[in-house]
Design a protein around this ligand. Structure first.
Ligand SMILES: [Zn+2]
Ligand SMILES: [Zn+2]
Length: 268
């Protein structure tokens, strides 16, 4: 299978390794028809979002590439919008990926979801147990999708990044399944207005944390039942990772009966 697109792409202007130009060149060499950039929004609680100056440079460089590749590969200016970031100016970006990377405890402390296993352990302790932590995560995803105009829901179950082997919580428990499935179904529901596209994200596999994508395969059933649109993205932080598992996951999703779209269809 020929992979033709990726819409979840980071660069050295946030926490990626390579410049926008290097990422675009790699995508073109892979035969992509389109590439969407989705640098991290500035977020006061983490260190990798783009501040105003970086963001301006990011927009400038991506728009130059858009022009440079015109007629050969479509380039889109997107943003991965953290749930704790301010909303960007309307129309500034061609699409938004909405992501929960941080959770706030009832006491007001913020813990990153995907920075280190020690943070997960500390957050679980402060939330008063794994069940409460899981519930808080999916409540944050729910709230984000309720309140923000996101086109794509990023890595739906990122909370599992450090949970291989059930290290912190049981993903097959009824409580876990209820939290995850409930929020997913509410937002991908057939007939719902402005429902986001859910990405199938290979980032956790690429970096060796997991052997399955976000969201996990059992959640695909809901996406299929609701006839939700999905897109397959690598969440690449380096040019070498741009197409990681995209062909395999796209083939698997299509064989499973999911409606796989690319960024062109999302933007419409
Ligand atoms: Zn993310
Ligand atoms: Zn990302």
């Amino acid at each position: 299978m020929q992979v033709t697109s990726n819409a979840h792409t980071h660069t050295s202007l946030c926490d990626g390794r390579d410049t926008p130009a290097t990422m675009a060149q790699a995508a073109y060499q892979l035969g992509f028809k389109s590439l969407g950039f989705s640098g991290h929004s500035f977020c006061p609680v983490d260190g990798y979002g783009m501040n105003a100056e970086r963001l301006a440079q990011y927009c400038r460089e991506v728009l130059v590439l858009k022009h440079e590749y015109q007629g050969r590969m479509a380039i889109y200016l997107g943003l991965e919008l953290d749930s704790m970031s301010e909303l960007p100016v309307a129309g500034q970006f061609e699409y938004l990926i909405g992501s929960v990377h941080n959770l706030q405890t009832p006491e007001g402390r913020v813990y990153p979801v995907d920075a280190a296993p020690a943070d997960t352990a500390a957050a679980i302790a402060e939330f008063g147990g794994a069940a409460a932590y899981v519930q808080a995560y999916f409540a944050a995803v729910d709230e984000m999708l309720n309140s923000r105009p996101v086109d794509i829901c990023g890595h739906f179950d990122l909370i599992c990044k450090y949970n291989a082997g059930g290290r912190f919580f049981a993903e097959d428990s009824p409580e876990y399944k209820k939290s995850a499935a409930g929020v997913l179904r509410r937002h991908c529901q057939k007939g719902k207005k402005n429902r986001p596209v859910f990405e199938i994200n290979s980032g956790g596999m690429c970096r060796g944390y997991l052997t399955r994508p976000y969201p996990d395969y059992w959640l695909w059933e809901i996406l299929r039942d609701e006839e939700s649109w999905v897109m397959v993205n690598s969440d690449a932080h380096a040019a070498a990772d741009l197409a990681f598992q995209l062909a395999e996951l796209t083939a698997r999703a299509q064989a499973f009966g999911l409606k796989v779209v690319t960024i062109e269809e999302v933007i419409g």
